[in-house]
Design a binder for this molecule. Structure first.
Ligand SMILES: [Zn+2]
Length: 354
């Protein structure tokens, strides 16, 4: 199946190359092959501008509205926020998401909504929560864990070695046994990034005594390499570039990335063909390790001070992937298939499948 797809893909590419006016990084979808060859050539232009398409985008990195934090939302309010949010993103065929969230209230609510998953956002003092992690996994309240090295920034002594403490290794061992994925944010802003309103943390780096690279290396050698059965998802790490990430994927077969922050393009911006090419190759080669994710805050329009969240944040992640003109199989994996595979036995059944 895969082989024949590849063969027809190569055939399509050579056909496309032979036709004038088709200098585009988008390979024709297999159905279009019939048009290229049949109907005495009359219909060959029909659908040429239709890119490959995925019906089921799955946002693997989302948060509840900012308003969740000062005022803990109750079940009915969470329902309202999420219904509204998925109403917006449903326009772009995105109907499922993973919330990274610390609150039991969210988990108890999400349990009954097959569109929503929760990765428990723990802080580094919570390694002693292992029995409660087990309970929540078994009760269907959570489908993964989320860890964040930004915690160290808020401490007087920003040492990061707690990540490799025996208590945390016990948690990681449980994740291996339970096939529970872990998303980890292991990078802190260094400088300001005007394009995404990023704020720098120069003051932190001036006193930290270590670098982003050391933090990542420790995570890879102490967590990822020592727990090879855990699926580790690096949040926001695409900025490193396709070559660096490819090398990491080669070295660690249990490593994944989400597309948040690093793969971002505003709606009236463009990528040149030369910019598209390495990303396109990267996505095709590593489709099984890349998960569409946006780091969006699903918001309640009445309360939020971020009314542009959909257009200024969520959509640019969608646009970046869309502009790459990926083959259907790759697009299906990047937009949802890889996320489904990472969730594995924790994947919820949608009502239509029951
Ligand atoms: Zn996030």
């Amino acid at each position: 199946m895969k082989k024949s797809f590849l063969l027809s893909f190569v055939l399509m590419l050579s056909l496309a190359a032979a036709l004038p006016g088709q200098e585009t990084p988008v390979a024709p979808y297999p159905d279009n092959l019939e048009r290229l060859q049949g109907d005495n050539g009359f219909s060959r232009g029909f659908g040429d501008t239709n890119h490959s398409f995925s019906f089921d985008w799955f946002d693997s990195h989302a948060h509840l509205a900012w308003s969740h934090y000062p005022n803990l939302l109750k079940g009915g309010q969470i329902q309202e926020v999420i219904d509204r949010w998925l109403g917006y993103t449903g326009v772009y065929h995105s109907g499922r998401l993973i919330l990274l969230d610390p609150y039991l209230e969210t988990m108890e609510w999400a349990k009954n909504d097959p569109r929503v998953y929760v990765f428990w956002w723990l802080v580094w003092e919570q390694a002693n929560q292992l029995p409660e992690i087990k309970r929540r996994v078994e009760a269907g309240l959570i489908q993964g864990l989320k860890l964040h090295t930004g915690d160290f920034r808020r401490k007087e002594n920003p040492d990061y070695h707690v990540m490799g403490s025996e208590a945390w290794h016990k948690v990681y061992r449980y994740c291996e046994e339970a096939d529970l994925p872990v998303l980890i944010h292991v990078n802190e802003h260094w400088g300001d990034q005007a394009y995404t309103y990023g704020r720098g943390a120069k003051k932190f780096w001036a006193r930290a005594g270590y670098t982003n690279q050391e933090l990542l290396d420790y995570c890879l050698s102490e967590l990822v390499a020592k727990h090879p059965k855990v699926k580790w998802i690096l949040a926001h790490m695409n900025f490193q570039g396709t070559e660096t990430l490819s090398a990491l994927f080669e070295r660690y077969p249990n490593l994944y990335v989400d597309t948040s922050i690093g793969m971002f393009l505003r709606e009236y911006d463009h990528l040149t063909a030369a910019e598209i090419e390495p990303y396109r190759k990267f996505c095709i080669r590593w489709a099984d390790r890349i998960m569409f994710g946006t780091d969006v805050f699903a918001y309640h329009p009445l309360e939020s001070s971020y009314p542009g969240s959909l257009h200024n944040w969520w959509l640019p992640h969608y646009i970046f992937i869309s502009r790459l003109g990926l083959p259907q199989e790759t697009l299906d994996k990047v937009t949802h298939g890889t996320c489904e595979a990472v969730l594995g036995k924790y994947l919820k059944k949608m009502p239509a499948e029951e």
